[in-house]
Design a protein around this ligand. Structure first.
Ligand code: FES
Ligand code: MG
Length: 572
């Protein structure tokens, strides 16, 4: 056995090792420090202010039992947690900060491995980014989705139901009191959003990447089987330390390409593009936005979940779960991609079965023959933009219409419902200043509401274009992540109301019908610029000065890559 990392703290008889041991004893057995037993942290995003992750302390106890049963020492490490629905101005602003803080605490502490406990949207990406940059043995336990709630006798999906019901309120078909009554129907139990939003997507993709015990992602948060899986993961973490199974050995380009295939087959969130690019960037794995289109866009959509479809995560689990979906697209998966167990992912597909063909379709009878994410280019998005055709209205995927431009989210809220707003169902709603730098943090505001007067006419979708993101629980013909963003000098800052915009998803084009000369000669909107973030200190300033474009994962430039697990100096 090579010397354990924690022995660098606890081994020896000098003053420093005395200090490290003495303060840690507090009831731990003497053999905790003999260099045999691996010290394993549980990087735990449990927080009352991250309600989707609040149950993770209980999950951590099961992980700890597993670690102890296998001879390890389990250490709870509360880490920065981000609750999607609460933090302002947007959870995404804090993803890189959380990843940075988690990375440094994993490196600075005497641990040999780590179990990553996450759930709510940004938490699993931040944990994986951190673990990748430290590269100590790491395994994820996804916190799991909520149970299905019902309202008015029918299932109501987290997030997706909010968008639907709030439009009903605006259209005058649902009372404010009923709207409020739906709150506790929607959030029925512990766990994260149960639609195929970002949390569900990233939990499932953590498994496709090989970073969970295979077969556990998507287990509902209140399900006893989650605790069983947590226990088993604790045992596995000890074995991983003994085998020195590091993220850099598990994660390869093949793992990410498999994740792209899965993302398409499950109909996952567009946010996964940004998160997977950022994780790959930590490992130095070459992955581009174009890989998503190239590898994913021919993959059939097999899972019928909200927001685009009918069912919820509970149903997916009941129907056979992720491995059953992957079995349908097995031929598209790279068999070389490994998991934390040391075995390839595809080894786990043989026994997977589909129990409900309504939820998980057969390969021959997909919901859509081609799903995935389309990457568009054009004079409006020289660095690319993304759209999820499966969540869009087919008739809008090729569209020409006049722009109605909003310079900020405040501008949009102030004018959208104005009866005098010059807008028709053919208009293209453009919202700018919502990129990583401009907002700051690239919020999920790009699935803008529709103007009230059009809603009242029965219009339910329009082409929308933005440099921001969209909630994974949302839907519509929305072009997202326009790069470069307006605040970084992108042409989006030069579009004017009335310009004709042409969207052609089949040709992968997004253009504004003005000549190159005119576009070059136009000044960017001063109104838009006035709304861009201009922080003077703190994390926001660091973030705005260093964040990269969405097209490469919106990580901060100084955080890309890995610093490894070594520490340079003693503290005493
Ligand atoms: Fe936490 Fe949706 S708000 S997963
Ligand atoms: Mg979300």
């Amino acid at each position: 056995m090579t010397q354990r990392r924690s022995t660098g703290w606890y081994g020896g008889d000098d003053r420093n090792s005395y200090i490290h041991r003495a303060w840690m004893r507090r009831g731990l057995p003497a053999d905790a420090f003999d260099g045999e037993r691996p010290h394993i942290a549980m990087a735990n995003t449990a927080s009352d202010l991250t309600p989707c992750n609040a149950h993770l302390n209980e999950v951590a106890r099961s992980v700890a039992d597993g670690i102890h049963a296998a001879g390890g020492i389990a250490l709870n490490l509360p880490v920065v947690s981000i609750g999607e629905t609460l933090v302002k101005p947007t959870a995404m602003l804090w993803r890189n900060m959380a990843a940075m803080a988690i990375e440094e605490m994993l490196r600075a502490n005497p641990i040999d491995g780590v179990v990553l406990l996450g759930g709510c949207d940004k938490t699993i990406p931040a944990l994986l980014m951190a673990a990748s940059s430290v590269d100590i043995p790491a395994v994820v336990v996804p916190g799991g989705p909520m149970l299905t709630g019902t309202f008015r006798g029918v299932p109501i999906g987290c997030g997706t139901g909010v968008w639907q019901l709030s439009e009903e309120v605006r259209a005058g078909t649902l009372s404010a009191a009923e709207f409020r009554r739906s709150e506790s129907a929607m959030i029925r139990s512990r766990g994260h959003c149960n639609t195929m939003g970002t949390a569900s997507t990233m939990g499932l993709l953590a498994e496709v990447l090989g970073m969970t015990l295979p077969g556990i992602a998507g287990t509902p948060a209140p399900d006893s089987r989650l605790l069983e899986a947590a226990h088993e993961t604790g045992v596995l973490a000890v074995r991983m330390v003994d085998a020195e199974t590091r993220p850099s050995q598990v994660l390869s380009r093949a793992s990410f390409l498999n994740a792209i295939v899965a993302l398409a087959a499950i109909g996952g969130s567009t946010n996964a593009v940004v998160h997977l690019l950022a994780i790959a960037g930590r490992l130095g794995i070459e992955l581009t936005q174009d890989d998503f289109d190239r590898v994913g866009s021919g993959v059939p959509l097999l899972v019928d979940l909200q927001p685009a479809g009918r069912f919820l995560m509970d149903d997916l689990y009941r129907a056979g779960g992720l491995l059953a979906v992957l079995r349908e697209v097995r031929d598209l998966l790279d068999p070389a991609a490994l998991t934390v167990t040391g075995r390839p992912l595809v080894d786990y597909l043989d026994d997977a079965q589909v129990y409900d063909r309504e939820v998980i379709r057969a390969r021959e009878e997909p919901l859509q023959p081609e799903a995935g994410i389309a990457v568009l280019y054009g004079n409006l998005a020289p660095g690319g933009a993304v759209i999820k055709p499966a969540a869009a209205s087919p008739e809008l995927l090729s569209h020409r219409g006049p722009a109605v431009v909003f310079d900020s989210i405040e501008d949009l809220h102030a004018r959208l419902d104005d009866p005098d707003l010059d807008v028709t169902p053919d208009s293209v709603l453009v919202l700018r200043g919502c990129g990583p730098r401009g907002y700051p943090g690239m919020p999920e505001v790009s699935n803008t509401p529709l103007p009230r007067k059009l809603l009242e006419l029965g219009v339910r979708d329009m082409v929308r274009i933005s440099d921001g993101r969209m909630s994974g629980t949302a839907y519509g013909t929305v072009v997202l992540h326009v790069t470069p963003e307006a605040a970084a000098g992108g042409p989006l800052a030069k579009v004017r109301t009335g310009d004709m915009i042409v969207l052609d998803v089949a040709k992968r084009r997004l253009d504004v019908e003005i000549t190159d000369e005119e576009l070059a000669a136009r000044a960017p909107s001063a109104e838009a610029a006035a709304a861009y973030a201009a922080p003077t200190r703190g994390w926001e300033k660091l973030y705005v000065n260093t964040v990269g474009p969405a097209s490469t994962g919106a990580d901060c430039d100084f955080l890309a890559g890995s610093s490894g697990w070594q520490v340079s100096r003693e503290s005493h």
